[in-house]
Write a protein that binds this ligand. Structure first.
Ligand SMILES: Nc1nc2c(ncn2[C@@H]2O[C@H](COP(=O)(O)OP(=O)(O)OP(=O)(O)O)[C@@H](O)[C@H]2O)c(=O)[nH]1
Ligand SMILES: [Mg+2]
Length: 210
């Protein structure tokens, strides 16, 4: 059970290990990494990719259908459109590591489509809305099924309940090593920090297995 308390979810990801971060991944992934941005309906995936992308992002928004409208999450209540195929953007870290960002559709009926979208991906950033934690379970479970390493970013909305990190980790059933950070998908600095937390995690995993 998540208790209400002052949030201690870190808003700053651990700093990347300088230009070494990019250099390490540069040698292992030839300077480019495919990253998924996942999460439930309306959690802010499209917003985050639009915020950080250094190219004009590709969006595939469509007016919500009846099927989509029935999925009533806190974040989705004021939305009229939803991603129906994918979002695409690009962000460079350290001037040398290019992240190709693929946003997934949030509607549960599209979960099976992730299998194709995840091909060649190195990891995922999973966005979570604390106003409806249960809405994230499908996305996190899908990442585990795919064996895709991920970091979790709490996208903070007005009125979002604040939780102690330990309570949140327990509620989301996260492994101890899975990064958990807070972000505002509309803010570039905090969104980039969330992606850097993921990249740092991927570097750590790659270092462990090399
Ligand atoms: N207050 C606040 N609003 C946000 C934040 N992130 C996104 N929003 C708003 O929430 C709405 C949903 O954002 P989207 O980016 O479309 O969400 P999505 O996860 O791509 O949604 P689907 O594609 O339908 O799954 C938009 O109106 C955003 O402006 C945030 O961090 N804070
Ligand atoms: Mg979207």
């Amino acid at each position: 059970m998540v208790s209400k308390a002052a949030s201690d979810v870190p808003t700053q990801a651990p700093p990347p290990p300088g230009s070494g971060a990019g250099k390490y991944l540069h040698s292992s992934v030839a300077g480019a990494a495919k990253i998924l941005v996942v999460g439930p309906l309306g959690v802010g995936k499209t917003t985050l990719i639009g915020t950080v992308s250094e190219i004009k992002p590709l969006f595939t928004e469509a007016v919500m259908t009846q099927a989509g409208a029935r999925v009533d999450t806190a974040a989705a209540s004021a939305k009229t459109t939803t991603t129906v195929a994918l979002d695409f953007g690009r962000m460079t870290i350290d001037g040398e590591l290019v992240l190709y960002l693929f946003g997934t559709p949030g509607q549960p009926r599209f979960l099976p489509a992730w299998r194709d979208l995840a091909k060649g991906a190195l990891g995922a950033l999973a966005l979570v809305d604390t106003r409806d934690l249960a809405a994230s379970f499908d996305a996190l479970g899908n990442l585990e099924d795919l064996g895709l390493p991920f970091a979790v970013a709490v996208n903070v909305f007005p009125g979002s309940p604040q939780h102690h990190t330990g309570d949140l980790r327990a509620a989301l059933d996260l492994l101890p090593e899975t990064p958990l950070v807070a972000c505002d998908a509309r803010d570039r600095t905090s969104s980039v920090r969330a992606l850097i937390a993921l990249v740092s995690h991927l570097i750590h995993l790659a270092t462990e297995t090399s």
